[in-house]
Ligand binder design. Structure first.
Ligand SMILES: *Cc1c(COP(=O)(O)O)cnc(C)c1O
Length: 428
């Protein structure tokens, strides 16, 4: 696989290089030079999930990685399914939250972890990242128990729910968590200082494993195929997919699936009130406003970092711009949608509800609609219980960690203290 930097097309990388580096020069995103599409889609769709995913990923990665390696990576990463559940006539939820941290980020996170462990060839790596909750959990579980890779996760002390905290701070082994006595921005600043410090960056072989890593996107392409494969053949012609979007990685992956030949008629980019993209699609003006806090807080993003990849897919003619519509759902309609789904007998959380609402606004007669369920309702238990007025139970992974001890260190928001802690923990 050959990739180039969207900010400087002379900066090219192989798949392995792009995975290790994350971002290219000037913080540019890596993007594939070309895509290859399947001419035997029906055959591909008839395969089981893991086997099909190996086909898709070897297509994307190319001969740079042995199929056997891809197979062993996929078998370790995709240990849970993505069921398509009918919520009403011709409307389906693609449930992406049956992994260990109950959100779709498990797919990308686990795949990236396994890829890194293969391409590092036994060299030690330290993953250093900051989290405001969800990504940290996905990263921690994805890398837990992988040889030669240590993970350090910083998070703002007291600013995330205890259950969220327990999901990634109770694992131990190669997963090191640090509660910082400050906010999320301060955590991000500390991570940045570490990457800017050659002694730490080189001494500990830092890698960011962040959400713009190309490997995550490739993994996510696979569940779009899995969605369509679960539809009866006569429903595959007019499929509209609604994607609840924050940084737009998920939508990018869906579009790549389409470029590879997956039959999707239209994409709906659904956002909350942080609606930079829906406004842009209407007016042509890119005008991010100040980010506002919403019930669907994993989408509280006003400068989506994967958007340049979507622009590239459109500008380079891989995707017709007309296939994409944008829609913003405010707080009131988010709650309305959750209640509508509950009336249909389907319990959802705010992100999926937004995707459902937008889907309803854009589906036409004869369409089959799919909205992505990006998180388990229990992950947003408080909002769900408040809006629906009914208790929801904890699924196994959350129940399991609820009784475990938090193993985090606590540090002030001070780079020297963090640096000393890193060397003591990882080199000691
Ligand atoms: C991260 C996240 C999103 C947004 O996905 P992007 O790829 O950033 O657009 C939506 N829902 C949930 C629950 C998430 O955690």
């Amino acid at each position: 696989m050959e990739l180039f930097n969207l900010k400087d097309n002379t900066d090219t990388a192989s798949f392995a290089q792009a995975v290790k580096k994350g971002l290219g020069k000037n913080q540019g995103l890596y993007f594939p030079q070309q895509f290859s599409s399947f001419d035997n889609i029906d055959e591909i769709l008839s395969m089981p999930f893991v086997e099909r995913s190996v086909e898709i990923l070897t297509r994307l990665i190319g001969d740079e990685m042995d199929k056997e390696d891809v197979k062993s990576i996929v078998e370790k990463a995709f240990i849970f399914g993505a069921p398509l559940v009918e919520v009403k006539d011709n409307v389906y939820s693609l449930e992406l939250y049956h992994g260990p941290t109950l959100a779709f980020k498990d797919f990308g996170g686990r795949f990236m972890a396994q890829v890194l462990s293969v391409i590092a060839k036994g060299q030690p790596i330290t993953i250093l990242t900051a989290t405001s909750g969800d990504t940290g959990a996905a990263v921690a579980h994805a890398f837990h128990g992988i040889d030669n890779i240590n993970v350090v996760i910083l998070y703002p002390k007291g600013k995330i729910s205890v259950l969220q905290e327990k999901l990634f701070t109770t694992l131990g082994d190669n997963i090191h968590t640090v509660a910082i006595e400050d906010d999320f921005d301060a955590c991000q600043q500390l991570v940045k200082s570490a990457f800017d410090d050659p002694e730490v960056r080189e001494g500990l072989h830092l890698n960011s494993a962040n959400s713009i890593n190309i490997s995550r996107l490739l993994a996510q392409v696979c569940y779009y195929f899995e969605a369509i494969s679960q539809l009866e053949a006569d429903k595959r012609d007019n499929v509209v997919v609604s994607v609840p979007s924050g940084n737009f990685g998920n939508l990018t992956a869906g579009m790549i699936a389409k470029v590879m030949g997956l039959p999707i008629k239209k994409f709906v980019a659904a956002t909350n009130s942080n609606d930079t993209v829906p406004r842009y699609l209407k007016t042509g003006q890119w005008e991010p406003s100040t980010t506002v806090a919403t019930l669907s807080n994993a989408m509280d993003v006003s400068q989506p970092n994967n958007w340049p990849r979507i622009e590239a897919l459109i500008e380079q003619g891989f995707i017709d711009k007309k296939l994409l519509v944008g829609d913003a759902v405010d707080e009131e309609y988010t709650q309305v949608a959750m209640k509508q789904l509950a009336q249909l007998g389907y319990i959802s959380e705010p992100h999926a509800a937004i995707a459902f609402k937008s889907l309803m606004r854009f589906m036409e007669e004869g369409d089959t609609g799919i909205f992505l369920g990006t998180a388990h309702p229990a992950k947003f238990r408080e909002s769900v219980e408040n809006v629906l007025g009914q208790p929801i139970s904890l699924p196994q992974p959350l129940a399991d960690c609820a009784g475990k001890e938090i193993l985090s260190a606590e540090l002030p928001s001070d780079y020297k203290a963090l640096k000393a802690h890193l060397f003591a923990t990882l080199k000691g």
